[in-house]
Ligand binder design. Structure first.
Ligand code: PLP
Length: 403
């Protein structure tokens, strides 16, 4: 291997092992998943789908991709799946391209209230090709379903989209589905963040309610970096497949598809259910500890919560992200509902426990993480003391290469 690359890789491995990863969209994939990402499957061109390829020599690739599809359908109880999207953004782009016409209207949650760039942010393709209407959170920071219904009935969007990147509460899929049915709109769910919790049985599933469901595979689901699309509707999967290839993508990343198959297999095991339960418990304990210490947190029903750093510590999200980076704790600044700061500054941070729970963090550890961050941000302990405590916590956790 190139010497520079070798050293960069060693640096990153050390950073991941020695630090505390609290970014809610990250996780640590198993050795098997990582081995498949780096396997010979990367060598093969396989445009098309199992049984219908545009290249010879695809018999083994067909087996791999069909296994991934079967395991995925079984995991979520869906009839049809496409495992080829290169990422979560690609899965969303493919879905819009398959099911909407340019200029159609999508009713979604905005980025600053917990949505995602691909849900209609002005700087994203989604807002350039589609009309975007946003529903909002109520004063209790939960989705305002009544207002969502009023907007849907008034504006008749072609699609209603649910599924978020920084929403800490469970989503009422049945309620949104009923609203979409009233206006004959497509109900799409982007379950990227909570896919692992759904697979582990600790979050309700959108599959019985949504026309189409997209996801990433690398967040709570703990697989390789990639995207997937699920549906129970045969006409929809035909359109999705066509939009994937030849519509928007070329050759599928079969090495990643192999790793996705392994991820779906791992997520079907009893140990994954226990993992998902531990993620939710650890997240609750961490959020509750901040709250007991007098900090302002959003509350949580899943794997993440928001910490209001402005009100709690008189620091912006950006300042806190940087301060925590100095002690090897990784978080991301995040807009809070109604945030007056710019997205590059923000008034808060997002904290997620999926990654540390994979490394074996228990509830005592979760409490210690919150106390350490609180004391450091309040100036009650020095940077050096905080760094030492991070090292101690990280030492007790599993090594990421052995997962
Ligand atoms: N959808 C949601 C809800 C997300 O949170 C994200 C990523 O953060 C994506 C889609 C995009 O996934 P990717 O980064 O793989 O394109």
């Amino acid at each position: 291997m190139n010497e520079l690359l070798k050293s960069y890789l060693a640096n990153e491995t050390a950073r991941q092992n020695e630090g505390l990863e609290l970014i809610a969209s990250e996780n640590f994939a198993s050795q098997e998943v990582r081995a498949l990402c780096g396997s010979v499957l990367t060598n093969k061109y396989a445009e098309g789908f199992p049984g219908k390829r545009y290249y010879g020599g695809c018999q083994n690739i067909d087996d791999v991709e069909q296994l991934a599809i079967n395991l995925l359908c079984d995991l979520f109880g869906a009839k049809y799946a496409n495992v080829q999207p290169h990422s979560g953004s690609s899965a969303n782009m493919i879905t819009y391209y398959a099911l909407l016409n340019p200029g159609d209207t999508i009713l979604s949650l905005s980025l600053d209230e917990g949505g995602h760039l691909t849900h209609g942010s002005p700087v994203n393709f989604s807002a350039k090709y589609y009309q975007i209407l946003h529903y909002h959170l109520g004063s209790d920071a939960h989705i305002d379903y009544d207002r969502l219904e009023e907007l849907a009935l008034e504006k008749h969007p072609q699609m209603i989209l649910a599924g978020f990147s920084s929403y800490p509460f469970e989503i009422d899929f049945a309620r949104i589905s009923a609203i979409a049915k009233k206006i004959d709109a497509i109900f799409m769910v982007d379950m990227a963040h909570v896919a692992g919790l759904i697979a582990g049985g600790v979050h309700s599933s959108p599959i019985p309610y949504a026309d189409v469901v997209t996801s990433t595979t690398h967040k709570t689901l703990r697989g390789p970096r990639g995207g997937i699309i699920l549906t129970n509707n045969e006409e929809i999967i035909k359109k999705i497949n066509k939009a994937t290839f030849p519509g928007l993508q070329g050759g599928p990343l079969e090495n990643i598809i192999g790793a996705k198959a392994q991820c779906f297999y791992e997520a079907s095991l009893p140990a994954f259910k226990a993992y998902a339960e531990a993620v939710v418990q650890n997240t609750k304990v961490t959020a509750a500890t901040f709250a007991q210490l007098g900090d302002i947190v959003s509350g949580t029903e899943n794997h993440l919560f928001l910490l209001n750093t402005k009100e709690s510590f008189n620091l912006t999200g950006l300042q806190v992200e940087k301060m925590l980076e100095e002690i090897n704790v990784t978080v991301n600044k995040n807009m809070l509902p109604g945030d007056q700061e710019r997205p590059s500054v923000t008034s808060g941070i997002r904290i997620g426990l999926a990654a540390l729970t994979t490394r074996g963090l228990n509830q005592d550890g979760a409490k210690e993480v919150a106390m350490l961050i609180h004391q450091y941000l309040k100036g009650e302990i020095t940077k050096e003391e905080a760094q030492k405590r991070v090292v101690l916590i990280a030492k007790d956790l599993k090594n990421i290469e052995e997962l």
